[in-house]
Ligand binder design. Structure first.
Ligand SMILES: *[C@@H]1O[C@H](CO)[C@@H](O)[C@H](O)[C@H]1NC(C)=O
Length: 289
């Protein structure tokens, strides 16, 4: 009998990922242990790197290309506070029409490059009533809504060279890294706007309805967004340690009497306001990893 085709046909083979990783190894001598995925408007972090090697996605064999405004679409290798790292300036979103395996393609490439720790950042809507716009939420757990609907990057054939068939997710967001992040936030004066909570991913690209927001609040989610979870699932599968940061760029509308509306401009404005804080937090944190 043939293998089910819907997900396996869009899957990449170990050799595909390896071809990409080998090409990158030939293009830079840097061998970072930390990879950072920069969320909407947070790509400025990559500009802080010294001794940079910039590689546009379109030049990388088998790499997808990014379509969203505010996402540059390049890998930046370099040093952040003296520590080698690689930044993804621009990520791949499921709502752009990529299949879920493409969304997580870079993560397995990072693994084959020798990366051990993945830092993911995103812009998210605040569901928790005690959150303010501009808060930074340390992700302690996630709800994988697309996963519930069968869109999990690990669906299909499992290659043991990446990880086990049924990976654990209860420890997805590394306890030690979260403790380090809290300590760093204190040292950097970011403590007053640091939160810790549960991130829920929806496929997007529509923002949530009021009923959907209320549903997510009932489920125990503190923030909602359209990214991150697939990459974290793929990273945990191949044993990378994960730290996740959500910038709360807007408060979701959960009230039928409200005239507020979610919009992408507000998201980008808040991001600009907090860019420096996130950059300071991540760059000091990275020296402790
Ligand atoms: C919201 O965040 C606060 C502060 O982190 C937390 O104590 C609370 O449990 C969260 N959830 C709700 C539903 O308020």
């Amino acid at each position: 009998m043939e293998a089910p085709s819907s997900s396996s046909s869009s899957q990449c083979s170990y050799e595909d990922y390896k071809e990409t990783a080998d090409w990158l190894k030939a293009h830079t001598e840097q061998r970072p242990k930390v990879a950072i995925i920069c969320g909407s408007g947070l790509g400025g972090l990559a500009d802080l790197l010294s001794d940079k090697t910039v590689v546009p996605y379109k030049d990388i064999p088998r790499f997808p290309i990014s379509t969203v405004p505010g996402h540059a679409g390049q890998l930046v290798f370099g040093k952040l506070q003296g520590r080698e790292c690689v930044c993804m300036q621009g990520r791949f979103h499921f709502y752009e029409g990529y299949n879920i395996h493409t969304v997580t393609y870079p993560v397995r490439v990072f693994f084959l490059l020798g990366v051990k720790t993945l830092i993911v950042t995103n812009a998210a809507g605040g569901l928790n009533g005690s959150y303010d716009v501009g808060d930074i939420m340390l992700i302690k757990d996630h709800i994988n809504m697309p996963g519930f609907a069968g869109q999990n990057p690990l669906c299909g054939h499992n290659d043991e060279r990446f990880g086990v068939r049924f990976p654990c997710m209860s420890d997805a967001y590394d306890l030690e890294l979260r403790a380090l992040a809290k300590q760093t936030a204190k040292e950097q004066g970011c403590n007053s706007f640091l939160q810790e909570g549960v991130y829920c991913m929806l496929a997007g690209p529509t923002y949530e309805t009021i009923a959907e927001c209320r549903l997510l609040q009932t489920l125990g989610a503190d923030a909602v967004g359209m990214s991150t979870v697939p990459e974290v699932v793929a990273a945990r599968h191949c044993g990378l340690r994960v730290l996740g940061l959500s910038l709360i760029t807007n408060k979701v509308v959960a009230d039928y009497d409200s005239n507020e509306k979610a919009n992408h401009e507000e998201v980008l404005r808040t991001t600009q306001r907090r860019t420096q804080d996130i950059q300071r937090l991540v760059s000091h944190l990275i020296t402790k990893i």
